[in-house]
Design a protein around this ligand. Structure first.
Ligand code: SME
Length: 134
């Protein structure tokens, strides 16, 4: 039986391999203090943002709001943490367990505004399934 981490890594690779506009896919886990997100399994270029305070960047804002945060053009977002100059858009979906945020699913794209309502609904479903593994 694969570890939860290995299974989450497989989810990331599958998503990135199957959807042409998903260029970086990763999970962040909420740390025990509830104040910081910690990088977990991911697929794509390595990122310097291995710990993100709640409220900072797209990830931190999604955690603070407790809802999906979709940014069609990251160059227009002031509170943004860049991982790569090639990234143009991002969607971050909180992962909930028993009503509390335990982490997030983060997807970056090199395209501008590629994420539609189908991506949002799909990734929110993936986050529900992943909740038990995070
Ligand atoms: N861009 C994110 C940081 C994480 S990377 O995309 C992997 C943000 O602004 O929170």
């Amino acid at each position: 039986m694969e570890s939860p981490e290995a299974r989450l890594r497989s989810v990331c690779s599958l998503l990135r391999d199957c959807v042409p506009w998903y260029d970086w896919v990763g999970f962040y886990a909420m740390d025990v203090t509830g104040a910081e997100l910690v990088l977990g399994p991911f697929c794509g270029e390595p990122t310097e943002h291995v710990r993100i305070p709640v409220g900072r960047g797209i990830c931190g804002q999604a955690a603070a709001r407790g809802e999906t945060f979709l940014v069609n053009d990251v160059s227009l977002e002031q509170n943004y943490l860049s991982c790569s100059a090639r990234v143009n858009s991002e969607i971050v979906v909180p992962v909930f367990r028993e009503g509390r945020i335990v982490g997030e699913l983060d997807v970056d794209s090199h395209e501008k505004a590629p994420f539609g309502n189908e991506d949002r609904a799909f990734l929110e479903q993936v986050a529900v399934i992943a909740a038990g593994l995070l």
